[in-house]
Design a protein around this ligand. Structure first.
Ligand code: IVH
Length: 678
């Protein structure tokens, strides 16, 4: 990019960040997720670091977000409500500790109080003579909005603090010295800070009502919490059922550690997060982070990371503050599911069935803990739907193990040099003219000998889904193919140790390893065998159903269209695709050769579990088990898990936040069960 272009891009980035920040902090609407905003900021600060001469004083990197709304009375905070600096991985967390070690007495051990980083709204609450007198939002950090009338409606927040005797008694249970210190310092005027939030179950309730009235639903708990807190009419706030957790005590009531602060907050009468705790070192803080990340699906409120706080208050004072926030605390954020990056190019990739898929090549970016450089664009329609140009800044998403995809283009960030993608008319691998069936969005390479098609198929057949041959990567497959040693899947099982050693350029040991893992993969379940055949439209679930329905491979290979369509969830298209495969003598030849080379198929023992032959669809989020665990349980009991509700579905398993599938199931009169009933 030329300097002029960079300047323009910086300008665009700043504009965009300002707009979304204002939406997030002020208007209570989030146009984009927190992770996306973080990553736009990251792009901006990276570019500014490269070109420091282009930093402007009003750049969002130079100031904190948030402003005060005009409708509410503005009140100055006793001490500013600052932000936290972020880290995103173990190495950054360690760097934070190392920097701190350079400031505090090196010999001292650093203990940490670790807490959930709640995703609600920070509020400050003041008490005078035990009574709640004032509640403020964070506002711009210096001044907040006076929302006392709304704060008073939150059931979790005491209108009157516990009596001194009650507090002292409670503290004695934790630490007698703390109780004594508290007793001598106690003053009934104090300020505490914490997070107002909405529980997921509460969002569900409210959305259910809105749905029943045909009104628009709230997108997430944070929006609802923000909107509810900033109401001029407090009866509306009251009706929303906000909750509260305390995380900070501003007044000195004798706390010398963060742990003691937590005990006092609880003794005063505030709810505190049960999972918060003291750990002995940074390694344990890391373990806590992992544990809390795994808990996420099972907790009824939102949190987006953990806060690691130096436990000792003296050390906290020694460490002090940076411009943005304290040095003695850090927000250790969970990996973002959505981030932004730039599309550098679009290429076409030929898949194992010949389908041509446009793929976006992107500037490397870390999303949900993994560096991503490619995202599938599915087909032409998708590029048009997204209105994607090469050079665009995009939001990409990757949740859990899901393949990354482009969710949205940010056209406001265009600087004019972006280009339209030219669709190919010939296969980029073998040059054959591509075909596009009528009313089909996908383009295909019709050449069954296309090398790209073939290698994709082989790599799929040996993957975990199929023969599960460990160590046989696409790279090695390519080398074996180039050496003319393999053409079809059966050839893999005929390879000699020498073949492998010479072509893959392997040493004795690695060649032997790969050879062994090929031999060890000769036993295969019927389900994975069917999957490994690579029949178009037959995925994991269809393979499971076929393997259950047919007693043997022979029976499967001599089936007909009607029989296939009688199997749950197999429609006309899938059935004809299977028939096309079976009618092809080439395919039958390969299967014969596979069996000749020593492949042996394990057939499932006809086990009749409690869900035998029932098709079950899963929707919503669950408390006890993850979706994968539930799926495994159902399958172990003979059930078949399907992704969509249809009139053929027997049972819908519903969790919290169930949406359209629940409606559909009700419409079809399908039996509905909950996690507990399962
Ligand atoms: S301590 C200097 N503890 O995170 C601010 N904050 O980025 C010290 N937050 O505005 C805050 N959970 O709304 C603290 N356990 C926790 C928190 C927490 C959520 C929020 C809070 C604050 C923001 C700072």
């Amino acid at each position: 990019m030329q300097k002029k272009e960079i300047k323009y891009r910086l300008q665009k980035l700043r504009q965009e960040i300002r707009k979304h920040r204002s939406n997030y902090h002020i208007q209570d609407i989030s146009s984009i997720s927190g992770g996306v905003l973080d990553s736009l900021m990251h792009q901006l600060s990276q570019l500014e670091a490269e070109y420091p001469e282009l930093i402007t004083p009003d750049s969002p990197t130079q100031r904190v977000g948030g402003e005060v709304l005009p409708e509410f009375e503005k009140v100055a905070h006793t001490i500013p409500m600052m932000s936290l600096n972020d880290v995103f991985d173990e190495a950054e967390l360690q760097q934070w500790e190392d920097r701190n070690r350079g400031i505090v007495d090196k010999a001292k051990t650093l203990q940490y109080f670790v807490e959930l980083k709640l995703d609600g709204l920070a509020v400050s609450i003041k008490y005078a003579n035990y009574q709640l007198t004032q509640g403020l939002t964070r506002g711009n950090g210096q001044e907040g909005e006076n929302i006392t009338h709304n704060i008073k409606t939150i059931q979790d927040i005491p209108i009157k603090l516990n009596s001194k005797e009650q507090i002292v008694d409670k503290l004695k249970n934790y630490d007698i010295n703390l109780a004594n210190r508290f007793e001598s310092l106690w003053q009934s005027d104090c300020e505490i800070r914490g997070e107002a939030y909405i529980r997921y179950s509460q969002l569900d309730l409210i959305n259910q009502n809105l749905r029943a009235q045909g009104q628009a639903e709230y997108a997430n708990v944070r929006n609802l919490a923000a909107g509810s807190l900033r109401q001029l009419d407090s009866s509306i706030t009251a009706s929303r059922g906000l909750s509260f957790f305390a995380w900070g005590l501003i007044t000195d009531l004798g706390q010398t550690t963060q742990q003691e602060e937590y005990w006092i907050l609880e003794a005063l009468g505030f709810p505190v997060v049960r999972e918060n705790k003291l750990v002995d070192n940074i390694k344990q803080a890391q373990e806590y982070y992992q544990h809390i990340l795994n808990l996420r699906e099972r907790i009824d409120f939102a949190y987006d990371g953990v806060v690691v706080k130096v436990n000792d208050k003296n050390m906290q004072n020694q460490l002090g503050f940076t411009g943005k926030g304290p040095r003695f605390m850090i927000a250790y954020k969970f990996p973002a599911e959505e981030v932004t990056t730039q599309v550098i190019d679009i290429i076409s990739q030929v898949g194992r069935t010949g389908k041509v898929t446009p793929v976006a090549i992107m500037k490397p970016v870390n999303v949900y803990g993994v560096t991503v450089t490619r995202a599938t664009l599915h087909n032409q329609d998708e590029i048009e739907r997204l209105e994607l140009l090469i050079g665009d800044t995009v939001i990409i998403r990757r949740a859990g193990d899901v393949i990354p995809e482009i969710v949205k283009v940010l056209p406001e960030l265009r600087i004019g040099s972006e280009e339209k993608y030219q669709y190919p008319s010939i296969c980029p691998e073998c040059g054959t003219a591509l075909i596009q069936a009528k009313e089909q969005v996908n383009q295909y390479c019709p050449n069954t000998r296309c090398p790209a098609r073939h290698i994709e198929y082989l790599s799929y057949a040996v993957s975990k889904e199929g023969f599960n041959i460990e160590g046989l990567s696409k790279k090695i497959l390519l080398k074996l193919q180039e050496a003319d040693l393999i053409q079809h899947i059966d050839d893999i099982f005929k390879l000699s140790l020498d073949d492998i050693k010479i072509t893959a350029g392997f040493g004795e040991k690695s060649a032997q390893n790969l050879f062994n893992s090929i031999q060890n993969s000769k036993n295969i379940t019927f389900r994975r065998f069917i999957q490994a055949l690579g029949i178009p439209m037959v995925g994991n679930q269809t393979a499971l159903q076929l393997s259950r329905h047919f007693q043997s491979l022979d029976e499967f290979l001599t089936t007909n269209l009607e029989q296939l369509q009688a199997i749950p969830d197999i429609g006309e298209k899938v059935a004809s695709s299977i028939m096309d495969y079976i009618y092809n003598t080439n395919n039958l030849h390969i299967i014969k050769e596979l069996l000749k080379s020593g492949i042996s198929i394990d057939y499932p023992i006809a086990k009749k579990g409690i869900w035998a032959d029932k098709t079950i669809c899963i929707t919503g989020t669950f408390e006890q088990f993850t979706r994968d665990e539930l799926k495994a349980k159902i399958e172990a009991e003979g059930g078949i898990v399907v992704s969509q509700v249809s009139s053929q579905t027997d049972i819908l398993l519903v969790g919290a936040k169930a949406g359209s599938k629940l409606e559909k199931a009700k419409k079809f009169g399908i039996k509905i069960i909950t996690e507990r009933e399962l």
